[in-house]
Write a protein that binds this ligand. Structure first.
Ligand code: SAH
Ligand code: SF4
Length: 393
């Protein structure tokens, strides 16, 4: 791909209000909800209070039916039901791995499907959510990267994945119950399908809703957004979302990273590191997670490990080593366990945490980078992938 070829964002988000349809409350910001209520007859003076009341029912108690909103007058509830709806993605199928990981196939408007993965651990439960159907980028080791972008998810469809998982886990608190801090769903990672920073506004609005103290109420420290390196959006992520950041680094030279993560041709390692150096200061956050997929004989040498440490000097960081997860037709192999340990050791000795991620849900193809909706017909051609990554077609 020539250097000046734009990495396209041929994206489209479906309008929230379908023709003749009702307005979906899920995904509206507080201001958006307030304005929509006023537009449909709620007196301006009452709108702020009504917004708070509806917000609580939807995001704190998980209510989906206006008739259950008992602190609103009956006639007002009927009015709401006429103009609004509370709609989240629908679970089409659920697979449970032998290790307890759950993979959901969620259907969204237009009949599209995205995958959502719940990973239970001893002290937390992490939900891995998607931001797009498919991806415009073509990272050569990623299964999602072989699927064309179909569309951006709306904010409602993004936060709706969290609500859908809470439904399945039976985790909406009883009204009046004391605030329970031990949660089955305690963390969110934006590491499913898609590049979240190519759908910035929707991801931001959805995460704001997830963080809102009067609702799902997850701390910004429990949300991690993973990007392949959309440099101009990184500072905005700190300023407007303030969550933790993970970056798909995966290589220590531009030559290799160009092939693995083709967005590197647009924003190279130096540009990416520049943006990351500013990030912790901007968001006052802890460390940046550098994700590094371990590919046999591609990026896993001792020299790579040493170069990595040099590159990230001065950035508060931890390096998450991800043994490559295979998928049918993948052009790479996983590094050997000995190689991964040796790589981890070099990084650790240089003073960085270097956890090796245990693949979860492999038996149900739920591990990192294995997500791809089998139902989507749109595929990138072998030729397109070859052109964009320099791999043989
Ligand atoms: N688009 C975003 C988030 C989704 S991918 C991004 O690229 O960061 C989440 C993580 O899984 C990324 O670090 C990605 O590079 C990694 N990944 C993709 N395919 C993988 C595979 N087959 N094995 C292991 N990790 C993979
Ligand atoms: Fe897209 Fe991320 Fe996969 Fe790259 S690794 S193709 S950015 S989902």
């Amino acid at each position: 791909m020539p250097a000046d070829t734009p990495i396209t964002q041929d994206v489209m988000t479906i309008p929230r209000k379908m023709p003749e349809g009702k307005i979906n409350i899920v995904g509206l910001t507080r201001d958006g909800l307030r304005e929509a209520l006023i537009a449909h007859g709620t007196p301006e003076k009452q709108a702020r209070m009504r917004t708070g009341q509806i917000w609580q029912w939807v995001y704190q108690w998980g209510v989906r039916d206006f008739s259950e909103m008992t602190n609103l007058a009956k006639a007002y509830r009927a009015d709401l039901a006429e103009h609004f709806e509370i709609r989240i993605p629908e679970i089409v199928s659920k697979q449970v791995s032998s290790d307890g990981t759950r993979k959901y196939l969620a259907r969204i408007a237009g009949g599209h499907e995205v995958e959502v993965v719940y990973i239970p651990e001893a002290d937390r439960g992490t939900l891995c959510i998607s931001s797009q159907v498919g991806c415009t980028l073509t990272c050569s080791f990623c299964h999602t990267g072989t699927q064309k972008l179909v569309r951006n998810l709306t904010a409602g469809e993004i936060v709706g994945q969290v609500m859908m998982a809470r439904d399945d886990l039976g985790e909406w608190p009883e009204q009046g119950a004391p605030k329970d801090e031990t949660r089955l769903l305690s963390n969110i990672v934006l590491m499913g399908m898609g590049e979240p920073l190519y759908n910035f506004e929707n991801v931001r609005d959805a995460m704001k809703i997830a963080m809102d103290g009067e609702g799902i109420s997850l701390s910004r420290r429990r949300i991690t957004l993973s990007t392949s390196g959309v440099v101009p959006e990184i500072a905005k992520t700190a300023e407007e979302i303030g969550c933790l950041l993970a970056v798909s680094f995966h290589a220590t030279t531009d030559e290799v990273r160009d092939k693995l993560v083709p967005i590197n041709r647009k924003w190279n390692i130096e540009a990416l590191l520049g943006a990351l150096r500013d990030y912790p200061r901007l968001s006052n956050s802890e460390r940046i997670t550098f994700e590094y997929v371990m590919l046999k004989d591609v990026n896993d040498s001792d020299e790579d490990a040493r170069r990595l440490v040099q590159l990230i000097k001065g950035i508060p960081a931890k390096i998450n080593l991800i043994p490559f997860n295979e998928w049918p037709g993948a052009p790479y192999e996983r590094s050997t366990p000995e190689r991964i340990r040796r790589f981890a050791d070099i990084i650790y000795k240089a003073g960085y945490a270097s956890p090796i991620r245990t693949p979860r849900g492999e038996d149900i193809m739920a591990a990192c980078g294995q997500l791809k909706s089998a139902t989507e017909r749109a595929r990138k051609s072998r030729r397109q992938i070859a052109d964009e990554t320099g791999l043989p077609s």
